[in-house]
Design a protein around this ligand. Structure first.
Ligand SMILES: [Zn+2]
Length: 301
């Protein structure tokens, strides 16, 4: 019910999946109502801050990239954002010395471990939840995604591997935060061998390897140890969606359903939601228990 930050600064480092460069990351505690901000420590201080906000997402190809008003960027934020959502961290300064976050093992598990190592502190300021009041759906080709009213944060994700067009996998959970650590956090990012050359020629995926990506070739997994879950790709896409949705700036109270959707559809969904002030409200848990539905919208800030 109350806002949380971390108890002490924690650090990690690793390769950036797109630049191939070694990146250092530090998570610092932040005060109540600060929210989550990225700080590029390789830029001068007055240009360094980038808010973790859906309205600052400027690129959704292969990952979610945030930009400051000045055009400075930080990419691949979604795996950390998913871990912060699950660990219920409201206020945090994320310091990074390059244009993307380290990919680590391609999942959120290293970030969950890092936050657990830091420990968390609750304040006396209530959390505000983003309560979905009516269904919003967006479409892009065969893909679509929706948010609809629900008591907690629940999720359904439908995935189809492009080389196995007749196999739709669906991952479902009634409680995203309870399920996250065991069922979702270790699901890794994935790619296709046939795309590798094209991506590298475009300057992307320079740091991608079997250490941080599940790689498919002709429908077969090339990683020596295989998959961590039979439906690891569906789980990873659900993880991505949880991270992208935490860019809403508040924990969701609603049901998310993604169908073959990715970062672009996730961001379009938040833009559609916030474009309709009758579709959502921001309120504390206490407000949500005590005020009638008709008044909830007026309590939004
Ligand atoms: Zn991902």
């Amino acid at each position: 019910m109350f806002q949380k930050t971390i108890a002490k600064t924690v650090r990690c480092s690793g390769v950036g999946v797109h630049t191939g460069k070694e990146i250092s990351l530090a998570l610092h505690a932040a005060p109540d109502n600060f929210g989550i901000w990225f700080k590029r420590s390789d830029l001068s201080a007055d240009k360094a801050l980038i808010p973790a906000s859906w309205s600052h997402v400027t690129d959704t190809n292969f990952c979610s990239t945030l930009s400051s008003e000045e055009g400075h960027t930080v990419a691949t934020v979604e795996h950390l954002m998913a871990a912060l959502s699950a660990q219920k961290i409201d206020n945090l300064l994320v310091e990074v010395n390059g244009p993307e976050l380290p990919i680590m093992d391609g999942s959120s598990a290293p970030f969950v471990d890092l936050i657990e190592k830091a420990g968390t502190i609750s304040s006396l300021t209530p959390r505000k939840f983003l309560k979905i009041l009516k269904k919003v759906t967006v479409y892009q080709g065969d893909a679509w995604a929706s948010l609809e009213p629900a008591h907690g944060f629940s999720l359904t994700y439908d995935f189809r591997l492009r080389c196995k067009k007749d196999s739709l996998e669906t991952f479902k959970t009634k409680d995203v935060h309870a399920a996250f650590k065991e069922a979702l956090s270790s699901a890794r990012t994935f790619g296709f061998m046939e795309d590798a050359e094209h991506l590298r020629a475009k300057g992307l995926a320079q740091g991608a390897s079997l250490e941080n990506t599940v790689v498919f070739e002709d429908g077969e997994v090339l990683n020596k140890d295989g998959l961590r879950f039979e439906d690891e790709c569906a789980r990873h896409k659900a993880l991505d969606a949880i991270g992208d949705l935490y860019l809403a700036g508040a924990p969701l109270m609603g049901h998310f359903h993604g169908h073959l959707s990715g970062h672009k559809v996730n961001n379009t969904l938040l833009r559609a939601l916030f474009a309709d002030p009758t579709a959502w409200t921001l309120a504390t848990e206490k407000d949500l228990q005590t005020i009638p539905v008709a008044q909830k919208r007026r309590s939004a800030v």
